[in-house]
Design a protein around this ligand. Sequence first.
Ligand SMILES: NC(=O)c1ccc[n+]([C@@H]2O[C@H](COP(=O)([O-])OP(=O)(O)OC[C@H]3O[C@@H](n4cnc5c(N)ncnc54)[C@H](OP(=O)(O)O)[C@@H]3O)[C@@H](O)[C@H]2O)c1
Length: 398
Amino acid sequence: MSHNVVRTGDATTGVEGSDAMQDEVWVLGATGRTGRAIAARLTAMGVPPVLVGRDATRLQEAATGAGGGARTIVAGSVASMIAEVRRRRPAVVVNTVGPFADTAGPIARACLPGSHYVDLANDVLAASALLGLHEEAVAAGRILVTGTGFGVLATESVVAKLCQGRPVPDRVRVDAVPSVATEAGVLGEALAATIIGGLPAGGRRYERGRLVRTRLGSDVAHLTLPDGARVTTASVPFGELIAAQRASGAPFVVAASSLAPTAPAVRAILPLATLLLSITPLRTFAQHRLARLRTTPQERPREHSWGHAHVRWADGTTREGWLRTGDGMDFTSAVAAEVAHRLLKGEGRPGAHTPGALFGPELAEAVGGEFMLDEGRESSDRGEETHYSVSQNYLAVP
Ligand SMILES: NC(=O)c1ccc[n+]([C@@H]2O[C@H](COP(=O)([O-])OP(=O)(O)OC[C@H]3O[C@@H](n4cnc5c(N)ncnc54)[C@H](OP(=O)(O)O)[C@@H]3O)[C@@H](O)[C@H]2O)c1
């Protein structure tokens, strides 16, 4: 297999010409975990992507792993990637380079004249900033999609399902319970910066329609999953908070995750830790240490990943539902590849969106998710046993 390698920016010399590449999907950060998986899925869908990354050797490995003759572009920095996007205007850009609070805005703006944009952001700041580009995207006739992964779609799709055809609810709580296999390697800069970088900002939730600051790890809940397993979740400032509020319109919204620190000892030191991490040199040091953390291969801890939503209306009616998927990382790469493919085919409407808002909750089913929804109750007691029915249309693929 031969790969057409283009070196650019601070890597080596650029390529002349500025022809728009209106049949190409570019994956930025294609040497990373999600980048490689998205590339492989796109190739399997008959859309061999162009892989963009900063290391030529690892890019070649990624291209070989993706199969199907993927082309590679070596760009030594995010700035070089942006310059290449501006110059060559691919049809769709999939951005997997975190932290998205830093990269999403500049890359999305570079896309606006000529490319659709997809990212995996799942933090409140990055998601809000990207969604804030809505009017610019409409004016440019382009589509920007943020939160294209388990984080956001797994919970927003359940909220959308539960609220379909109903009035605006009063309160919504979403819980993300991902189960992910670990591969051997290091945690990596993107993930480390995403984890550490978000801590000083503290927690968030909606109260009376306003996004307010709250203590990270508050709103602890003990959930019994539909398969009987028990997990503990607590609030986190994830992008799914924004998505759940937009999907429901509810004035009171909490977003929680099983990834949040819930052990009492950890929660006790969190305020001090977040204060210390607001000091830039300490944060940078912690990020570098975490990025080098070696991970060992591990099976995913539970067979399924779960997205959960609990919705309450002012009259006391409540509904509860789940989205069941397999490995959370597999779901993420499937969502990103599916959304990129749909944008390439001309589906969607201009503007900045979350994936479920753009393609409906059925998008989650199209990539293998299965809804389990209750039928609605008059009580808001979360301790009651709930009966779930598997949605009849879960096999429908749009
Ligand atoms: N929404 C969701 O559900 C969801 C799910 C999974 C992941 N994510 C997010 O997606 C992001 C990627 O995750 P991942 O697991 O794929 O991370 P990863 O394995 O560390 O990959 C990150 C990629 O970005 C590149 N990169 C990092 N910093 C860069 C820089 N300064 N300039 C150029 N390239 C840079 C890396 O290049 P090198 O290989 O050269 O280091 C790598 O290709 C993370 O922020 C993560 O939080 C979201």
